[in-house]
Write a protein that binds this ligand. Structure first.
Ligand code: AQP
Length: 349
């Protein structure tokens, strides 16, 4: 059962699913590449957003920190504007269908498909011992998406390959067992889909690097910290402030991209805004200003929300109930399709 339209509305709203890991510090890349789009379009869609703690444990996590970070991430998404009356927000491990769906999908996914994933290869190269969980990360993600019959998966550019894999898995399951899943589409923003590190504009801004000095603006940084990070951003030895594909100008291009997504200005308008700038110092100062203006209200709302953990937990429980109402029947359908229908008798004695 898919559409959940408000009364009076006829055409089914598109179903949206996306997730974010409660690991490391959330940064400007996560905000501009994913979270901002979720918030801006939530009135038009039927939304499910998930704090993916099962994904987080594919790399080692401190157990107490994981609990704290799962709440913290949830509070941050609400502070950024996710509205629980429009969007179901829940924790992945609260809805057991996700782990079960992953197993069923594992059994139709060739291991070669997973070994080809760029993110797996990058992360595996940095670790001495690679877990099965890390390899299986994209199948768990496919389960997340397919359980909700999501039409759209709004993500940053780094997740494009994983959404394509979810499509391949859906199509293979549909072929083997009959039409079961909607084949989802990745929705990737035109600008902001790959925010680059401030210390190295050739590599994407990343959670695992965000503790490193000068790499990222973290969503909960205060104004001074934001200002310091942006003023230190690596640029080049020139002085031209314009968008460019030249790898040597990637730092300036990145700063202009950040400015453009936050202000909603077009490319030409953005360049015109800096026509009177006196060098890169001016560019950085103005970019810092718009970032501070965007993140300060979010940080203030977060400080309030994180104090009331009981209310936060209640909201997440309500989100999980809404998620279960959709994913539970879908998991039953998957089980039926593959032949897991033998009922266990109520009594053994
Ligand atoms: N630099 C980025 N620019 C634009 N979008 C980004 N995303 C991540 N980095 C950038 C998008 O943020 C969403 C949530 O990310 P995640 O936590 O699920 O995944 P992630 O890719 O693990 O986050 P990081 O920052 O890259 O952490 P590391 O490097 O530790 O794995 C996703 O939609 C993602 O595309």
């Amino acid at each position: 059962m898919k559409p959940t339209n408000p009364p009076g509305e006829t055409a089914a709203r598109k179903r949206v699913f996306s997730g974010i890991q409660p690991s490391g510090d959330v940064h400007l890349g996560n905000y501009l590449g994913a979270i901002k789009g979720w918030v801006d379009r939530q009135t038009e869609k039927d939304n499910f957003f998930c704090v993916v703690d099962l994904h987080a444990i594919t790399t080692p996590q401190d157990p107490d920190a994981l609990v704290r970070q799962t709440r913290s991430m949830s509070a941050l998404l609400l502070a950024a504007g996710l509205d629980p009356s429009l969007s179901a927000l829940f924790v992945q491990s609260h809805v057991t269908a996700h782990a079960e769906a992953c197993w069923l999908l594992n059994c139709v996914t060739p291991v070669g498909w997973l070994e080809r994933m760029t993110q797996y290869k990058d992360k595996a190269a940095k670790q001495e011992s690679i877990t099965t969980g890390l390899l299986d990360y994209p199948v768990l993600m496919a389960g997340d998406i397919l359980l909700y019959d999501a039409d759209e998966v709004p993500v940053g550019d780094d997740q494009r390959q994983h959404v394509e894999l979810a499509r391949d898995i859906a199509q293979r399951f549909n072929r083997l067992y009959g039409d079961t899943f909607v084949v989802p589409q990745a929705v990737i923003p035109q600008v902001g889909a790959r925010v680059m590190g401030l210390d190295d504009p050739t590599a994407k801004m990343s959670k695992s690097e965000s503790a490193a000095r000068g790499h990222a603006v973290r969503m909960l940084d205060g104004p001074d910290e934001i200002q310091r990070s942006i003023m230190r951003a690596v640029t080049d030895s020139g002085n031209e402030i314009r968008f460019s594909d030249d790898p040597g100008k990637a730092g300036v291009d990145n700063l202009l991209g950040i400015y453009r997504v936050i202000t909603g200005r077009g490319e030409a308008e953005t360049e015109a805004d800096f026509a009177d700038a006196r060098g890169y110092g001016d560019l950085k100062a103005r970019v810092a200003e718009v970032v501070i203006d965007a993140l300060t209200p979010i940080r203030r709302r977060y400080d309030e929300l994180i104090r009331d953990t009981a209310e936060l937990d209640r909201l997440l429980a309500r989100g999980a109930e809404r998620a279960e109402a959709v994913s539970g029947p879908k998991l039953d359908e998957m089980k039926r399709r593959v032949g897991l229908t033998l009922r266990r008798p109520a009594h053994t004695g």
